[in-house]
Ligand binder design. Structure first.
Ligand SMILES: Cc1cc2nc3c(=O)[nH]c(=O)nc-3n(C[C@H](O)[C@H](O)[C@H](O)COP(=O)(O)OP(=O)(O)OC[C@H]3O[C@@H](n4cnc5c(N)ncnc54)[C@H](O)[C@@H]3O)c2cc1C
Length: 419
């Protein structure tokens, strides 16, 4: 067994763990022995996959609470108000950002440059990393006043520990939620864990032949009693059994109850009167055309066909437009504005980008320290906080990682922990 002594041990070399390591060295100074323990063969594997390889590392509105859900949302708002912001943090690492509809990306457009900047700075500052080192045991030793960790063949003693192990989403990147079991031994719980930022399953029959179709629209989630829960606008993607796309992703963590529905408004920029006018205009101009072609130029052909069927218009597609009755037209207009899909479940964890749920606010203080185990800190997705799509989750990872490191060092230097 190799024995390692550290001031701060960070569990997880992902986004929040790397930010914490950099801050521990910047704030704690060269003498602050900081180590990162990562179970994967390399650090920051998930970062490379973010933003489709471009890494949407933050958002110009990342500090606004309305983009976050979970019991830690109010605390996150407070910590964000003290955070310099993702753009400025990365500028300090030499990464220049550019904004695209509010989303921040590295100017290089390459996630690898974000990860490299984090890794190189961490190394230059003198933080050590151990890869292929899964932490399988974590306990506080009252006698020595130190935390004891086991990671493969390494035994670590540390004055403080930052848990930055992520959540349960996307297990291919090392985040399978298994560390919650270790935290349970220390008395911690977690709120219900649900896949978030993922596709929502619906009746496959309704999506027949529509796989691969993308369209703009507004998606609204309704509860089992028809109550409106949330809504978002953007690109909607249809697969063979699920609704997908960013606006669906943002509703997914709320779509957990049986009997919920998602309504798609495919022309959200037009009011009901304008849609009616548009449709009757097309009817007049294209009265001799086949009904399957009536919506040409508005929607893709297959989508137009599906809308006719969903509206209950079961005429052959070659039927001329003039055969549609006023009632058929009314049903078609209604379907375009409120195409309804029952919620039949969420994508599996393997296809989710984020975890909704985690360590609850009641179990941490305002410094991200455990109220059950002083000297234990949390950062990132392991906490009960999920952001919308758009850079909000990485923004939280940097913000919370930096804050946890700051708090841990203040406690070590002030000698206030584990008293
Ligand atoms: C495909 C995909 C695309 C995404 N795109 C974006 C995006 O563009 N913008 C955005 O804001 N968010 C995005 N996200 C979400 C974002 O990546 C995460 O919210 C963020 O990485 C969470 O940071 P974290 O540090 O909490 O956890 P992670 O970055 O997941 O890191 C946790 C690390 O801990 C390690 N680990 C776990 N258990 C142990 C253990 N016992 N011992 C040692 N190591 C352990 C894991 O291997 C992992 O490397 C995306 C997610 C996915 C899956």
């Amino acid at each position: 067994m190799q024995k390692v002594q550290a001031d701060i041990a960070i569990i997880g070399g992902g986004a929040s763990g790397l930010a914490a390591a950099i801050e521990a060295k910047r704030y704690g100074g060269a003498a602050c022995h900081t180590i990162v323990l990562e179970k994967n063969a390399r650090l920051g594997k998930k970062i490379l996959a973010t933003g489709n390889g471009r890494c949407n590392l933050g958002h110009v509105e990342e500090k606004e609470r309305r983009y976050y859900t979970g019991s830690c949302a109010a605390l996150a708002e407070q910590l964000f108000s003290e955070f310099e912001g993702s753009e400025s943090f990365f500028r300090s690492l030499g990464v220049i950002c550019k904004a695209d509809s509010g989303r921040l990306y590295p100017y290089s457009n390459h996630a690898a440059s974000v990860l490299d900047a984090l890794r190189f700075h961490m190394q230059e500052l003198g933080a050590e990393s151990y890869t292929e080192s899964e932490v399988t045991a974590l306990d506080y030793d009252k006698k020595s006043g130190l935390w004891k960790l086991t990671a493969g063949e390494i035994e670590i003693s540390a004055k403080a520990v930052i848990v930055a192990c992520g959540g349960k989403a996307a297990p291919a990147f090392g985040t399978d939620g298994s560390f919650f079991r270790q935290l349970k031994f220390l008395g911690h719980t977690h709120t219900q864990l649900t896949p978030a930022l993922c596709a929502v399953y619906t009746d496959a029959e309704r999506l027949k032949g529509l796989k691969g179709i993308r369209t703009l629209g507004r998606a609204t989630l309704f509860g089992p009693k028809g109550e409106r829960i949330a809504s978002d606008k953007g690109e909607i993607q249809l697969t063979d059994q699920a609704l997908s796309g960013i606006c669906i992703f943002n509703l997914a963590s709320l779509a957990t109850e049986y009997g919920m529905t998602i309504q798609l408004d495919l022309l959200p920029h037009l009011n009901e009167y304008e849609v009616t006018e548009l449709l009757w205009g097309l009817y007049a101009e294209r009265s001799g055309w086949a009904i399957e072609d009536m919506l040409t130029g508005v929607f893709q052909k297959k989508l137009g066909q599906a809308l006719l069927r969903s509206a209950g218009i079961n005429l052959p597609f070659e039927t001329p437009v003039y055969s549609l009755s006023p009632l058929d037209m009314e049903k078609l207009i209604r379907t375009i504005g409120a195409w309804t899909f029952p919620v039949r479940g969420l994508s599996p964890w393997s296809a989710a980008q984020v975890t909704s749920g985690g360590i609850p606010r009641a179990e941490i203080d305002e410094n991200l320290q455990s109220v059950l185990c002083p000297g234990l800190y949390f950062a990132g997705e392991v906490l009960d906080l999920a952001g919308e799509c758009g850079g909000f989750n990485l923004a939280w990872a940097w913000c919370s990682g930096i804050h946890a490191a700051h708090s841990a060092i203040d406690a070590i230097e002030g000698g206030t922990q584990n008293d």
